[in-house]
Design a protein around this ligand. Structure first.
Ligand code: HEM
Length: 544
């Protein structure tokens, strides 16, 4: 009662004083905690409420590059409620990126997020899975599927098929007529490579993961051309919605991860966005569940012993069932249970997320650099012409012989890694960079720092594929190059990405001349978590 009387007696001015006092106490506590923190590292001063977000304009790559420049190889930054330690020196990464199966300290990328739970992604799949037990279970199934030879052969077959489709569209756009086959070798097309690369990787990942065709490249053709692709109209419409659905789910991740629940559900703009993202989640999950059910039925109707498809979905469904010749075992040797439909959906979604933008953007950067460096381009064409003379089929074994092309991919990934910051969250105390850390610390590996470190690379700013050509990995520090990450959470799609990139290089450069429309224009990129190529206008015509 007395308390209520006091409240009733307070005037507006008193409330104002109370608010100011509470804020001052908060500021005092905030800075007390900051100035007495253990392991003081150099870094920008955080401000109350907004921490270091005054330095962050959504370009995470640039932020970490400038932190490295200003504060050195090991520094710290406060963002999103966490103290984040940025590491740009390979020598410090032994523990974090080692492939030890027993040490689980650096196995989580991010802590549990209520937002991701709402988006149906927390504790599912791989990329955002904070639950180590569930992640390990998924990862074994995923690795087994995407690293099998049959999956890789399927990838080579589909690159070839989808590229043939693209060739028809390019020629048609140049002639403005889909059926024209006059002047077979005299056309020339100017178009934006980034659009084609994205549509291509979308179609690739959808067919390889689900065994279902999407028509991303056909959709793009229809957008660019006055004549339209006439076949399978309804499928194309559904593809559009499905592909858009995946992109929207990816966009939803940062929205649900970084905006807390009260804000998400109260600010009008955010509420509207939440509604649309949840509707999209429901559409996407329903569509994916239908695909899973359909494939399960097909498998049930196929006699045991008869060969099944080689896509990720089929493999996830049959692993550790009676159809599986080769069971996945847990560390203690016990055979693991088969996957549930929800787990299968989580893994498919992560393959879509991991396998589209990364590969598409790398291919754009590769084209940009090859066109900027004519000697590199010629050496690459000579290698392609030797290993894949005109009219020879694309084949997996010969792709592995393309040593110079592989060196180019690595050098492009060194100069401009599509994913430039790795993250590891520890939920137990640990030791890193010579200090002991409490549970709850987030460590970031700044790939741009590693890849251009002056102690490890000579002339790091210069594009030079020869640094990787005919060189062994032991010729440099193990962690000085990590475009696919490292340790147990390293990219499981590395092999698929290399197949796609090498195949595209062969298919394009053995047959076509490629030039940038404006050779002097700098690369147009935008970086959040990924570095995206905004556009890459290029000119393509058949080689003489
Ligand atoms: C050039 C292409 C690619 C690049 C540069 C790339 C890069 C990366 C990087 C840096 C990571 C984080 C690794 C770490 O934290 O240590 C990652 C994770 C991942 N990538 Fe890729 N990736 C590419 C292609 C692909 C493809 C084609 C797939 C599809 C199968 C894929 C699926 C994934 C998945 C599922 C993860 C999460 C792994 C986990 O948490 O266990 N990536 N990738």
């Amino acid at each position: 009662m007395a308390f209520l009387d006091i409240i009733a007696a307070l005037k507006f001015k008193d409330y104002l004083y109370l608010i100011i006092l509470s804020f001052l106490i908060y500021v005092f506590q905030f800075y007390y905690k900051y100035f007495t923190r253990p392991n003081k590292l150099p870094g920008p001063l955080p401000l109350p409420l907004i921490e270091c977000s005054y330095l962050f304009d959504t370009d995470a790559k640039q932020l970490f590059i400038s932190l490295h420049k200003k504060y050195g190889d090991v520094c710290e930054v406060y963002l999103g409620g966490f103290r984040r330690i940025s590491i740009s020196r390979p020598e410090y990464l032994e523990k974090m990126l080692a492939s030890s199966a027993t040490d689980t300290t650096f196995m989580t990328r991010a802590p549990y997020s209520k937002g991701l739970e709402e988006l149906g992604m927390a504790g599912r799949g791989l990329i955002f899975n904070h639950d180590v037990k569930s992640w390990k279970y998924n990862r074994q199934f995923f690795n087994k599927a995407v690293q099998s030879l049959s999956f890789n052969l399927e990838a080579v077959k589909w690159v070839d098929k989808i590229f043939q489709e693209i060739e028809v569209y390019w020629k048609s756009l140049a002639h403005n007529n889909l059926s024209s086959d006059d002047n077979e070798n005299s056309w020339c097309l100017e178009t934006d490579l980034s659009l084609w690369a994205r549509s291509f990787t979308n179609d690739m990942i959808i067919i390889l993961t689900t065994g279902e065709r999407s028509y991303g490249v056909a959709l793009l053709y229809n957008k660019l051309s006055p004549t339209k692709v006439s076949r399978s109209g309804t499928l194309i419409e559904d593809s559009e919605r499905f592909i858009r659905g995946i992109s929207k789910q990816i966009l939803g991740v940062s929205f649900f991860m970084f905006l807390n629940s009260p804000l998400r559900h109260s600010i009008p703009f955010a509420k509207k966005n939440v509604k649309s993202l949840i509707e999209n989640r429901d559409y996407l999950f329903e569509r994916m569940d239908m695909i899973v059910k359909k494939r399960k039925k097909e498998i049930e109707e196929t006699p045991v012993g008869e060969e099944l498809r080689h896509d990720l979905l089929t493999s996830l469904i049959i692993t550790n069932t009676e159809r599986d010749k080769d069971n996945v075992k847990a560390i203690d040797g016990k055979i693991l249970r088969p996957m549930t439909d929800v787990e299968i959906r989580g893994n498919l979604l992560d393959a879509f997320i991991g396998g589209t933008e990364s590969t598409a953007n790398l291919f754009c950067y590769l084209t940009y650099y090859i066109c900027q460096y004519p000697k590199v381009k010629q050496k690459m064409i000579d290698e392609i012409d030797t290993i894949f003379p005109q009219n020879t089929c694309l084949n997996h074994d010969n792709l592995l012989k393309l040593e110079y092309c592989t060196a180019i991919i690595k050098e492009v990934g060194r100069i401009i890694p599509p994913l430039s910051i790795l993250a590891r969250y520890t939920d137990k105390p640990c030791e890193m960079v010579g200090y002991k850390w409490d549970a709850g610390t987030i460590f970031h590996v700044n790939l741009n720092g590693l890849h251009k470190h002056k102690d490890h690379w000579s002339n790091p700013e210069i594009f030079d594929p020869d640094r990787f050509y005919k060189k062994k990995d032991d010729d440099r520090h193990k962690y000085s190059f990590a475009m696919f990450g490292g340790g147990l959470r390293a990219c499981p799609g590395k092999k698929l990405a290399m197949i796609e990139l090498l195949s595209l290089m062969v298919l394009i450069y053995r047959k076509y001349d490629v030039e940038l429309i404006d050779i002097k224009a700098p690369l147009k990129t935008k970086s959040a978590i990924l570095t995206i190529c905004k556009e890459l206008p290029f000119r393509i015509k058949p080689r003489n």
